[in-house]
Design a protein around this ligand. Sequence first.
Ligand code: CP
Ligand code: NVA
Length: 369
Amino acid sequence: MSERISVSAKPVAAMSGGEGPSGAAASELAHLYGNAGSWPAGETAPPPVRNLLGIAGLGRDNLLTLLDIAGGFKRDPHETPALLRGHTVVLYFNKPSTRTRISFETAVAQLGGTPLAVGPHELQLDRGETIEDTARVISSYARAFVIRTFSDEDVRRFAATATIPVVNALTDMHHPCQVIGDLFTMRELWGGFAGRRVAFIGDGDNVAHSLIEGCALLGVDVAVACPPGYEPDAGIVEAAKRAAAASGSTVLITHDPREAVAEADAVYTDVWLSMGVPELERAARVSAFRDYQVNVALMSPAKPDAVFLHCLPAHRGEEVAPDVFDGPRSRVFQQAANRLPTEQAILFALLTGRLRDVSKNVPFAKELS
Ligand code: CP
Ligand code: NVA
């Protein structure tokens, strides 16, 4: 377990004008970066990470730094009550949300700020104002922009113009905030990641993609079982395999759920019909996913102390049997609760320049921003 990192840093003055974050002491940054070795003496530190658009682009060290910072916030949610005092964070949700929206709103409040949650019909975007104009205007009012929407390209366009941090709160392809919370939960459960195996059973979309990326970076074996036609994106899998080779772990994609679950430490599933998937697909999906329900029989090839995980919301009787979801192996509400300290950590780290952009040094990192 990493030692505690104090999160009590002053807000970075340079950020308020839309400038890049800076200001943390070099020694402090060196310490944070130092979990895989500091940059060589005399060399300029890599630039700070401005946005969280996906897991892969973060790299292993930043991911671990976020987990460490989240640990501090879990112990003391009010450790930095002044970071956002007098400032707003805009939360734009173009899809429904319970956990992500409420945890981010609460995180902003605990950092001393005011969250402004807006839906698709409340901004002029819906009436044709461009993403770029919107990003430019919001950057002149708020300290950060959290966005849940459909297209990753829209989020990238927003981030390309915004001068404040942009956080992906779920797109069709990625759910990085969820998986940072999940990895935090796994570390709480296991104390570390070495030698662990996670099985994901179900649809190879946003949650699966981010989980594959996060596990590969942190050296967790990940096995995904999905019906034919619902496999995760091939490019994400290929990049994750290269990351896994570097971290000493493996990525397996299979159509056989029992193969995926064999000797797993955690069995994870997600809904069969993600937000935005047409209801017309329901019958075909229920039929395709029927043999992929996580039930007591499917849990049996996992390790005896394996836990059950789910990003939520859950549909008991579809992707998970009620006796697994509500049973003794389920850690789903611990997972959900951990969204709060990890959202705090994400905002804190981006606003104070705690993360270093190492993507140029990491050949498998997807350039998302
Ligand atoms: N897991 C998750 O992101 O939940 P919400 O859709 O409720 O935010
Ligand atoms: N895959 C799901 C995740 C919900 C948190 C969806 O996109 O609806």
